[in-house]
Structure formats: C-alpha cells, structure tokens
Design a protein around this ligand. Structure first.
Ligand SMILES: [Zn+2]
Length: 139
C-alpha cells in the first residue's frame, strides 16, 4: 500500500459525474452547467464553484481547444519509458475549463503556444488502470 503512511483513504467509485466516462465512450466531451447561475465547468462538477448549487445539466463541448502550454517528456515514469520522447499539452476550452492530453499528430517543430487544436477522446482497452485519455490533434 503506497499510501499506508498517509492514513485511511476513502474511495467512492461512483459519483454524480460518473456519467462523464460513459459520454466519452460515445465520443462526446461533456462539461457541466449550473442550473441556478449558469456557470460552465470542465472537468464537470456536481457542485457549482460559483453558487454552491448541486443542480447541474450536462453540456456537450465542441472539442475546440487552444494550446495553453506543453511539455516534452524525456524521462518518463515506469510503463511509459518505451515511448519517450512524448509530448503532453494543456489546452483552454472555449466553453470553459482546461484539459491535459497527449499531443497527437503535432510534430515538435510545429508546436506553438496559442495554436488551435482538436480534443479527441479515446479509450484504452488494453490498460485496465487508465481507461480514458485524450489526444490533441491539429484543428
Ligand atoms: Zn451556480
């Protein structure tokens, strides 16, 4: 147990935003919109940061994105060391919120802060611990 020294950890596998993963399997990128004040968030939140309301609706995101920052990984964690170097990006979503994903079809010499990208949700079937990830492709 790597966190034994940290004390007891509560883990709840189902939350009110669990449907997010099911939407991703259908290829839909979903955020949440507060029913009371209209605040939009990504990743989705069951409880509004703006007004603390617990009523929300799902809204589908367009997948449009603008590159906020990126990194090129040369010293990877165990399990990823066979694919170095690889690039990760953090994008701003025009509907609201940010997302981190793997750079897809963008070459290192093409990458530029502020470039437009497209978020593509993907499912790993072969890696049980990580089910969902995103790639950031050229828009
Ligand atoms: Zn609200």
């Amino acid at each position: 147990m790597p966190f034994k020294w940290f004390g007891k950890i509560s883990f709840v596998p189902y939350t009110r935003v669990t449907d997010f993963a099911d939407h991703l399997k259908d290829g839909k990128l979903m955020g949440s919109k507060c029913c009371d004040c209209g605040q939009v968030t990504f990743p989705p939140r069951a409880d509004c940061l703006g007004c603390m309301s617990s009523e929300f609706d799902w809204i589908e995101y367009s997948g449009e994105a603008v590159l906020n920052t990126y990194t090129i990984i040369h010293a990877a964690p165990t399990g990823f060391d066979d694919i170095v170097p690889y690039m990760l990006g953090i994008v701003d979503l025009p509907e609201g919120g940010r997302l981190m994903g793997w750079m897809g079809d963008v070459a290192p010499e093409e990458i530029e802060i502020g470039m437009k990208l497209k978020v593509v949700p993907r499912i790993f079937d072969e890696i049980p611990e990580i089910k969902v990830h995103y790639t950031l492709e050229k828009a």
